[in-house]
Design a protein around this ligand. Structure first.
Ligand code: FAD
Length: 319
């Protein structure tokens, strides 16, 4: 991560998790620490080992895929931020880049396109960070993080830094060994050797040399498609459910929900988006309870209507 040996992690007490969530949901949290370098992360682990930080450490990037609890968390949210932009993303002549965990995906996609490094365009509309994408194997339009990722750098709770090749990360559809789910066919995954509570510091990525105009045109197409089809101006967590493997041919989770007549269905402040049925939006004052109630109701209606079991894609605290 960036050279910031003198920088100390900034710790804030008694914050609300909703401030750190793209859907603006979540009660109080004991502490929030913003981290943008390996040294700061090492210090966080050190403080934790000396009981100077409360509760469990909860790692997050932009909080664009986590549903935080209404009752809050007695713990410490460790939020990865980009820090020094110039050093948080380092390119080589060969089209490789090392990007730190807190680096935003849209900025990474734009920079890759500008440099004529292909394959990053799909990241332009995903409002998360490198760390979140590496955990979730973020994807769109038939492309996913694992197509780009060569390795990740992690820090264990004892402060040891390791580089792990992408083959050992158990990447599958929106899964990795860090997400709790992983591709079961991966025999020797990193999860088996990494201590619990290890954190992602950054990732090494690469893409083919491509004309910048081609990359920029594709990037613009991705963004235009999103603007047309997704409720980007309303707070959400992106896709609520994973696309099912056993639905009718060509049916996404969104199409199954829409054709079950569930667009506009709501529980309190949370509503199935009228623009995209696999997005739940917070129309104002929505809660975790309402999100979960709506999620259960939609899954049940889809099961009754289509005989298909939908599984959540969003991460739910304690779920
Ligand atoms: C409008 C909208 C559109 C979206 N579109 C897409 C899409 O097209 N494709 C897609 O895949 N997703 C999409 N998402 C979901 C989300 O943006 C992605 O999953 C993204 O990769 C999450 O990044 P984040 O930084 O917000 O992660 P967070 O939500 O903060 O965290 C996600 C998970 O990663 C863990 N984590 C985060 N950083 C670290 C770290 N440094 N070390 C260890 N663990 C970490 C967290 O604990 C959590 O389990 C969308 C979301 C929204 C709101």
């Amino acid at each position: 991560m960036g050279a910031s040996l003198t920088r100390r992690p900034r710790i804030r007490s008694r914050e609300r998790l909703s401030r750190y969530s793209s859907i603006r949901i979540g009660g109080p949290i004991s502490s929030v620490v913003c981290v943008s370098s390996a040294e700061e992360m090492e210090e966080v682990f050190d403080l934790k080992s000396r009981n100077k930080l409360p509760g469990p450490l909860v790692f997050s990037g932009r909080g664009s895929n986590i549903l935080f609890p209404d009752q809050g968390i007695e713990g410490t949210l460790v939020r990865f931020e980009p820090g020094d932009w110039a050093s948080a993303c380092r390119w080589t002549e060969e089209g490789e880049v090392y990007a730190e965990a807190g680096y935003p995906l849209p900025a990474l996609a734009r920079e890759a396109a500008r440099r004529g490094v292909g394959g990053f365009e799909f990241l332009s509309g995903i409002p998360g960070t490198v760390g979140g994408a590496a955990v979730m194997n973020a994807g769109a339009g038939g492309r996913e993080w694992s197509d780009l990722c060569k390795s990740v750098t992690v820090m264990t709770p004892s402060g040891t830094v390791e580089t792990i090749s992408a083959e050992r990360l158990g990447y599958g559809y929106r899964t990795s060994c860090f997400s709790g789910r992983q591709d079961q066919s991966m025999a020797a995954s990193a999860q088996e050797s990494l201590p619990r509570g290890s954190v992602l510091l950054g990732a090494l990525l690469s893409g083919p040399c491509t004309a910048p105009e081609v990359c920029l045109a594709l990037l613009t197409r991705h963004l235009d498609y999103r603007k047309r089809t997704q409720p980007l101006e309303e707070p959400s967590l992106g896709s609520v459910f994973r696309n099912p493997g056993d639905g009718p041919e060509g049916y996404t989770a969104g199409r199954l929900i829409e054709e079950a007549g569930l667009k506009g269905e709501r529980r309190g402040g949370i509503m199935v988006s009228l623009r995209h049925a696999n997005f739940f939006v917070n129309t104002g004052g929505g809660s975790e309870r309402e999100f979960r109630d709506l999620l259960e109701y939609v899954a049940q209606r889809v099961r009754e209507h289509w005989g298909v079991v939908l599984e959540p894609e969003v991460r739910m605290w304690n779920a």
